[in-house]
Design a protein around this ligand. Structure first.
Ligand SMILES: Cc1cc2nc3c(=O)[nH]c(=O)nc-3n(C[C@H](O)[C@H](O)[C@H](O)COP(=O)(O)OP(=O)(O)OC[C@H]3O[C@@H](n4cnc5c(N)ncnc54)[C@H](O)[C@@H]3O)c2cc1C
Ligand SMILES: NC(=O)C1=CN([C@@H]2O[C@H](COP(=O)(O)OP(=O)(O)OC[C@H]3O[C@@H](n4cnc5c(N)ncnc54)[C@H](OP(=O)(O)O)[C@@H]3O)[C@@H](O)[C@H]2O)C=CC1
Length: 500
């Protein structure tokens, strides 16, 4: 491959998603006289627009799909190559693309993202959602559907069950409560009414939610020890190409072929046992007759014994990092989740190869208040920081881990509520060594604070709470809050003034 090199670039970045584009922008602007290349499989690139710093650590932005010419016009030293990388030779520092071209690099950053980890690969009735094409396929199938089964309990499932209209949704989750990747049972119970009836109705403030075995005084805060919480003296248990950009569902009609506005049934604590085609279902019914479930293209048998016929299944069951083309004949260390392990300089285990975004697994010793989640905020931060680390390496300059990796922060929207997650928002890794402080007003807000040793280490804020900045500061400065107790969430106290 060495002899066929068409050109050698100072920097090559693979992947036109948020991580890759942010990285290449960083490098192209810092080294205007060096040759930089972005190699990407898709025809478009993703660009961050309307970037807004919401607080010291929280950021908001839009993600737009743009023609690559926009970037090339902005950075004359940048070449964009539209072809998938099919192999990498780290010992000769070159990549080969699917159209047979070979490019050399001095420093390489892999930002090839991830793909849906589907329940099953070969079943045409099982869809995943990742990019524009898969979203369009979903929309097309949905327009003719009367019932779908959504499997998974993370971000995509939460978005779909709320947004889909005129189609019955059976939502199969492994857990006791909805949204396990983002919420605990308390937040789940707060959100569940939004699935009943229309959006407008659900958002209207109404009386306080019952969230302990004894109802607390209106708007009072209550402290739970971790033990009490896990024993159930808490809000639960509840009965019962590039990744798309924010609000991806806003531009497309997510409507089925039914008359109902929204009908979602949640099947808790179950997984998919088997997926039958209609023929297989009919055959198996002959041997052991099943209850009449109507006539559907596909049937899903759940581990709780329920069987549902449906038009198709959405597998919203997480992602797998896109690493394959890079692994052959190289020695990358992979994390348990399949990502390329990177150190605190975003360097993989191969020399001069960095990685950022969904494809990588942050394998340095994390700050006690940060964890990796495959989100576009982290893709942007990692891409930008990887670019800076590559630059520092070339210039032989030292570089410290960026402060964005000090505190986990994520702002998003679920069920039409603003959602802010800070630090160890679900007491991740804290065992029983924590206390929870919760304030909840049905239909309006859910505030949860995680305290460890009297110090705030995490928070979940749902609704327009206006607490994010103060809580972020309290988490970052690790002030001892023991003296404040439940007053911390007293709605009659202006907490901002309190800590000024
Ligand atoms: C439906 C959906 C909704 C989401 N909603 C949110 C949200 O609300 N908030 C949030 O924070 N995050 C959200 N995410 C997650 C977020 O989109 C991703 O974490 C983020 O976009 C990852 O960016 P990336 O650049 O690492 O990867 P990607 O965006 O996947 O980009 C990877 C790029 O690499 C290219 N590529 C892949 N393989 C090769 C190869 N061999 N050669 C060359 N190029 C290659 C691809 O074409 C693509 O351009 C959502 C994801 C999905 C699917
Ligand atoms: N607003 C936002 O911030 C959004 C973010 N995203 C991001 O996009 C990416 C893709 O989203 P998504 O696919 O929802 O992934 P997530 O990782 O968010 O969630 C996957 C869910 O599927 C569950 N799961 C995994 N395997 C199975 C299985 N075999 N059967 C049943 N359930 C299973 C997981 O449970 P367990 O955790 O127990 O393994 C988890 O609840 C994620 O990185 C996500 O963070 C997506 C949409 C919105």
């Amino acid at each position: 491959m060495e002899s066929k090199k068409e050109k050698t670039f100072k920097f090559v970045v693979v992947g036109g998603g948020i991580a890759g584009v942010t990285c290449v922008e960083q490098l192209s602007s810092q080294f205007p006289s060096e040759d930089v290349a972005l190699i990407t499989a898709g025809p478009h690139i993703k660009a961050v627009t309307n970037y807004k710093q919401v607080s010291r650590r929280l950021e908001k932005f839009d993600v737009e799909e743009k023609p690559s010419s926009v970037l090339e016009e902005k950075y004359p030293n940048l070449t964009i190559i539209h072809s998938a990388v099919k192999s990498l030779r780290t010992h000769t520092h070159c990549v080969e693309t699917a159209d047979g071209r070979v490019f050399g690099y001095e420093k390489l950053c892999i930002c090839s993202g991830a793909r849906p980890k589907l329940l099953t690969q070969e079943n045409p009735h099982v869809l995943g959602i990742r990019d524009t094409d898969s979203a369009q396929e979903f929309q097309k199938r949905l327009s003719k559907a009367k019932r779908i089964v959504v499997v998974g309990n993370g971000g995509i499932a939460l978005e779909l069950v709320y947004e889909v209209r005129r189609c019955e949704v059976i939502w199969a989750v492994k857990d006791k409560a909805i949204g396990n990747t983002f919420f605990d049972a308390g937040a789940a119970q707060f959100l569940i009414p939004s699935l009943e009836g229309d959006k407008e109705q659900a958002a209207a403030p109404c009386k306080r939610q019952r969230f302990t075995t004894e109802e607390p005084a209106p708007d009072a805060a209550h402290t739970f020890t971790a033990d009490e919480y896990s024993r159930g003296q808490n809000p639960g248990p509840v009965e019962s190409g590039s990744a798309l950009g924010p609000d991806w569902h806003r531009g497309i009609e997510l409507q089925g072929a039914e008359q109902v506005s929204r009908r979602v049934s949640v099947e808790y604590q179950c997984e998919v046992e088997h997926i039958f085609t209609s023929e297989e279902f009919l055959d198996s019914s002959k041997q052991s007759p099943k209850p009449d479930t109507g006539s559907w293209p596909v049937y899903v048998q759940l581990t709780n014994g329920e069987m549902f016929g449906c038009d198709f299944v959405v597998s919203a069951t997480g992602v797998i990092p896109n690493t394959e083309p890079f692994l052959h004949s190289n020695n990358f260390s992979l994390a348990d989740d399949g990502g390329l392990q990177v150190d605190d300089h975003m360097m993989t285990s191969e020399p001069d190869v960095y990685a950022a975004g969904d494809v990588c697994s942050a394998s340095w010793e994390h700050s006690p208040l940060w964890q990796q989640m495959r989100l576009w905020t982290q893709a942007r931060q990692m891409g930008w920081y990887a670019g800076r680390c590559m630059a520092a390496d070339v210039l032989s300059e030292p570089i410290d881990l960026d402060f964005c990796f000090e505190l986990f922060s994520h702002v998003t929207k679920f069920f039409n509520y603003k959602v802010v997650l800070l630090g160890k928002f679900n007491a991740q890794g804290l065992g029983s060594d924590h206390e929870l402080l919760v304030r909840c007003t049905k239909g309006r807000e859910y505030v949860k604070v995680v305290l460890s040793g009297g110090r705030m280490v995490g928070a979940v804020l749902i609704g327009e709470t206006d607490l994010e900045e103060t809580f972020e500061n309290l988490i970052l400065n690790q002030m001892d809050l023991t003296a404040y107790g439940e007053e911390l969430l007293n709605p009659d106290i202006d907490i901002e003034d309190y800590f000024d």
